[in-house]
Design a protein around this ligand. Structure first.
Ligand code: ADP
Ligand code: GLC
Length: 477
């Protein structure tokens, strides 16, 4: 079976979050299921720089007014199709925002162009290759399904995966004329969304199947609290909605062979983690001691509950623990953490920025990873933590609820606990969860048992890839 994936991010070429990890790791896992994926991605500078040899597949004299080409390239085991359109994608700054953090004004046009190219491929643009199924990820690719439905590829099965309902791709109604869709595409059953245009919404109404990245999140988004305005639409399409848990790339994230660690280790050599811990303490100017070391690797945002953590910092330090925080995001939150580091030299360490190698070292050296998210579609850092013996302390929401086994009395007695869950996501609960973690950490054999249980759990893509493959097959008649 041939699948066209369409996405704005793919590890290891361009990444702002977990979307890239998933788009990079799912295709190799699907190969074992007899599914060959080619993934269409924008030719951002970091993508073009890492391409190597690429073959020209098609030339657009004017795609939404700009010259563009489709290139084919293989990166590792990934089969990619790149939309090389310098006018849209060769820019300084991020994939969605300029260097000052303001969204690009023409994002609607940039991602309509990506989606248009996806729909053209679905309709048979490329000689000798036409997909049996098209699978779009998030709002940036969602319009692919609308262009298919209202164009020449309407019968090709369409799948959309929602990685985060908070990002919807909403634009003013007046761009409709430039989207090059037929008039009937305007309306509640099309791209219209609360009087404007919703790219994600258009994908959701056009898809034959909707997936999201954990079973619990699939239920949460049917309710107003987490539905972000789309819960009504999703309830209407609940028969077509599937929650399929993300896996992780177990080759990239393998503590026994990870070259980004100072010292690799396995569940049989947990003491080797100390070497990585020293590196983390040094990198964050933290005291070198045996007190519990919490870590955070995260976007610093409201979704991630980072304001709760800012408020819990003093309590964490008062309990005798210390913390290393790596991330970037909202300025007040960055400021809150930096102020915490000023107040608590040696106990609170902060690195504002994005640092992949350091994130591996932190998972390999930290005692516990804190994830107090208000909502979390799946979450990957708790999975990396589990595999690296860095015990997750998480809010009981979304994929966090589905992947961490809380250390309640029964789970501890049965030896199956892998972390700590707390609810609701507020400061008081977070504080209590930190207290529980510190107390459990004081019981060294108990703590090591939790680390080992997490490290032995299987979060490889196998099971979930089989579910995607079965879904594709059910749609191909
Ligand atoms: P989200 O996609 O909502 O940000 P996920 O947990 O699914 O959350 O994925 C986040 C990904 O980005 C993980 O691979 C995590 O390790 C990585 N990451 C987040 N912030 C940083 C950072 N500051 N430095 C390095 N990696 C980061
Ligand atoms: C989104 C979600 C995150 C999820 C990731 C990959 O960024 O916020 O929870 O793990 O997508 O699906």
């Amino acid at each position: 079976m041939k699948v066209l994936g369409v996405a704005s991010e793919v590890q290891p070429l361009i990444k702002t979050g977990g979307l890239a990890d998933v788009v990079g790791a799912l295709p190799p896992a699907l190969l074992a299921e007899g599914v060959a994926v080619r993934t269409l991605v924008p030719g951002y500078p970091s993508v073009m720089a890492k391409l190597g040899k690429a073959k020209k597949l098609h030339r657009y004299p004017a795609l939404f007014g700009e010259a563009a080409t489709l290139l084919s390239a293989k990166v590792g085991s990934l089969e990619l199709i790149i939309l090389n359109c310098p006018a849209f994608f060769t820019r300084k700054g991020g994939p969605y925002d300029d260097a000052s953090g303001t969204g690009w004004a023409d994002n609607w046009r940039r991602f309509a162009a990506l989606s248009r190219a996806g729909a053209d491929i679905a309709a048979g643009l490329l000689k000798g290759w036409r997909p049996d199924v098209v699978h779009a990820h998030d709002w940036q690719a969602a319009m692919t399904l609308a262009y298919m439905r209202f164009g020449a590829a309407s019968t090709v099965p369409k799948v959309i995966t929602v990685h985060n309902l908070a990002f919807q791709g909403r634009f003013d109604a007046d761009v409709f004329a430039a989207l090059d869709l037929p008039p009937k595409a305007w309306g509640v059953d099309g791209v219209e969304y609360y009087g404007g245009i919703g790219f994600l919404k258009a994908g959701l109404v056009s898809a034959d199947a909707i997936t999201t990245v954990s079973p619990t999140y699939a239920g949460e988004i049917l309710m107003p609290a987490d539905g972000m305005g789309l819960d009504g639409l999703l309830r209407g399409r609940a028969d077509h909605l599937h929650g399929i848990l993300n896996g992780i790339d177990v080759a990239e994230w393998n503590p026994a062979s990870d070259s980004l660690l100072a010292k690799p280790f396995s569940h049989r050599s947990l003491s080797s983690r100390t070497t990585n811990r020293r590196m983390v303490e040094r990198s964050f100017a933290l005291d070198v001691d045996k007190s519990p070391l919490f870590i955070v690797v995260s976007r610093l945002t409201w979704q991630k509950g980072m304001d709760l953590l800012v408020d819990a910092l003093d309590h964490l330090v008062a309990l005798g623990a210390k913390i290393a925080i790596l991330g970037s995001g909202d300025q007040p939150l960055e400021g809150g953490f930096l102020a915490g580091a000023d107040r608590h030299h040696g106990r609170v360490g902060v690195r504002i920025g994005y640092d992949e190698p350091l994130s591996h070292m932190m998972q390999g050296g930290g005692d516990a990873i804190l994830i107090p998210s208000r909502f979390e579609p799946c979450g990957l850092t708790q999975l990396y933590g589990l595999r690296y013996g860095c015990v997750p302390v998480v809010a009981r929401v979304g994929g966090l609820a589905d992947t961490v086994i809380d250390a309640n009395e029964a789970a501890l007695a049965a030896g199956v606990a892998t972390g700590i869950q707390f609810t609701p996501p507020d400061v008081a609960s977070l504080r209590r969860a930190i207290e529980r973690a510190v107390a459990l950490h004081g019981d060294a054999p108990q703590w090591a048992a939790m680390q080992r249980a997490g490290m032995k759990a299987d979060f490889s893509w196998g099971r979930s890839a089989a579910r995607y493959a079965a879904l594709y097959r059910s749609l191909v008649r």
